[in-house]
Design a protein around this ligand. Structure first.
Ligand code: NAP
Length: 454
């Protein structure tokens, strides 16, 4: 993919970038590895002070960075503003908690002293997606840099200015040169960087295809990898749930970020007793959404990030409808210059249609009906993905069964799936492996070194 800023509102090419040459990549790798030699010896106070400064820079320039994201990938500006605040929070969280998370753990053994200590690995390569151009990067870099690692970012090709802005924030915050660098490279260039012996580990957030490719290279090189991939999260509503509240939350759960969120609720699995009512409430809310320029604060839904995403979602919906699904609202491509797709609801979804099997990365809600909790969980698990799950019920027995039986990295009860700094985040099955955030996220990229002293 060409590295360029292309406004998804109108297709205007605003800026293009030339990918780095082999020599330029070599210079960055050597800057990174040299930077690591000094940086690994710095104190937590030193690193924390810089990360807190980064939080302040983010907040002071919230509007500027939010606009940059919106212009590059089309998210509604209000959501972009929230994203910048969340990045500041994750900086503060790790600046404040790193000491606790990295404190050596002593255990009684036959030694005089035995303990576990957490040491940095070196250069970590982060391959990141465009959908949360700041958040995905900050949730990686905050724990990684606090632990004493250095980062190399290969960001998605459609958000190069966000990638450069993040590098510049960290330099302005006082991180030494080489501690965090952006590599403006195309995806075929990733392999050589990852195979370089100076790169110690990789984290990728993105599609299964990209995940498999990067993980197989990491496997051949025996390097640690963390994968945060796609999802087709279930949103189960049972007949004892608060239906109004569930329908209200469902709109945000499905449509936030123009429907392009890995943990978006994508499959709504409804108990037949409440399905009509839920469907009616959801439809009503869908009718009242405002589509338009994402820079306008009154816009609910902006354009999809790229023409390819628009093409994919259009094909997926068309094929599902051709196979027999019903369209309650939307479902037809709009006359516009930008990548707009209308908020859409599909019901009566046929068994082998794309809606049953694939991730729908756009504003399309897929509605299913079931007779009981068992059927709901079976349907929820009938996917290659296992990222998050949301279930709405007041019954404690139902909750216990859902927590036990749903195959996913998280279960949220009577709420939408979201990432919280204090809780680990990640998936099972083809949604990936490893965790981000919380203490677990910080321990992914450290050498957990055992020390035994007589
Ligand atoms: P993508 O096409 O896989 O791209 C993600 C990143 O990987 C980009 O930087 C891309 O670079 C790079 N890439 C693509 N193919 C590659 C390859 N073969 N080797 C090395 N790098 C490669 O995914 P996307 O369309 O940007 O993002 C959407 C997907 O990400 C969805 O499936 C979504 O669910 C998932 N996601 C998951 C999470 C999570 O936390 N689990 C969070 C957000 C998104 P180029 O742009 O240059 O191609």
């Amino acid at each position: 993919m060409t590295i360029a800023t292309i406004n998804p509102l109108n297709g205007e090419i605003l800026q293009t970038f030339t990918p780095l040459t082999s020599q330029e990549i070599e210079n960055k790798l050597s800057l990174g590895v040299n930077g690591f030699q000094d940086y690994r010896l710095t104190s937590l106070e030193f690193r924390g002070e810089k990360l807190l400064k980064a939080a302040v820079i983010l907040e002071e320039n919230q509007e500027k960075y939010a606009q940059l994201m919106t212009i590059e990938m089309g998210k509604p500006i209000k959501q972009a503003m929230t994203e910048i605040n969340k990045c500041a929070s994750v900086c503060r969280f790790y600046a404040e908690n790193a000491q606790k998370f990295l404190t050596p753990k002593y255990t009684d053994t036959d030694a005089t002293k035995s303990y576990v200590t957490y040491q940095p690995l070196g250069i970590i390569l982060a391959v990141m997606p465009w959908n949360f151009p700041f958040w995905q990067v900050f949730r990686f870099l905050s724990p990684a840099l606090m632990a004493g690692n250095v980062g190399l970012l290969k960001h998605a090709s459609n958000v190069p200015q966000c990638a450069l802005a993040i590098e510049s924030i960290l330099l302005s915050a006082g991180f030494p040169e080489g501690v965090f660098q952006t590599l403006l490279i195309e995806s075929p260039q990733v392999e050589k960087v990852l195979r370089d012996t100076r790169v110690k580990a990789v984290t990728l957030t993105g599609s299964e295809l990209a995940g498999k490719s990067v993980a197989s290279i990491a496997g051949q090189e025996l390097k640690k990898s963390v994968l945060e991939l796609g999802g087709s999260d279930p949103f189960i509503v049972l007949d004892d749930a608060n239906i109004e509240e569930a329908a209200q939350v469902a709109v945000t759960a499905r449509l936030s970020n123009n429907g392009q969120t890995c943990i978006a609720a994508k499959r709504f699995i409804l108990h037949h007793n409440i399905a009509d009512k839920f469907q009616e409430l959801l439809l009503e809310k869908y009718r009242n959404l405002t589509l338009g320029d994402p820079l306008n604060p009154n816009t609910d839904i902006g354009p999809l990030a790229t023409p390819n995403i628009l093409k994919d979602i259009t094909n997926q919906v068309n094929k599902t409808v051709e196979m027999g699904a019903k369209v309650l609202i939307g479902g037809e491509i709009m006359e516009s210059k930008g990548n707009f797709y209308p908020p859409t609801i599909l019901t009566d979804i046929p068994v082998n249609s794309p809606a049953m099997k694939e991730e729908f990365f756009g504003p399309v809600a897929l509605l299913f009906r079931v007779n009981n909790l068992k059927e709901a969980i079976d349907l929820a698990n009938n996917t290659i993905f296992g990222l998050g799950a949301s279930i709405w019920t007041k019954n404690e027995d139902n909750i216990e069964i859902a927590v036990r039986d749903i195959e996913s990295g998280s279960v949220f009860i009577n709420g939408l799936v979201k990432s919280d700094l204090r809780l680990p985040f990640g998936g099972t099955k083809q949604s990936g492996y490893g965790r981000e955030l919380s203490i677990e996220g910080m321990h992914e990229f450290v050498n957990i070194k055992t020390v035994w002293q007589k």
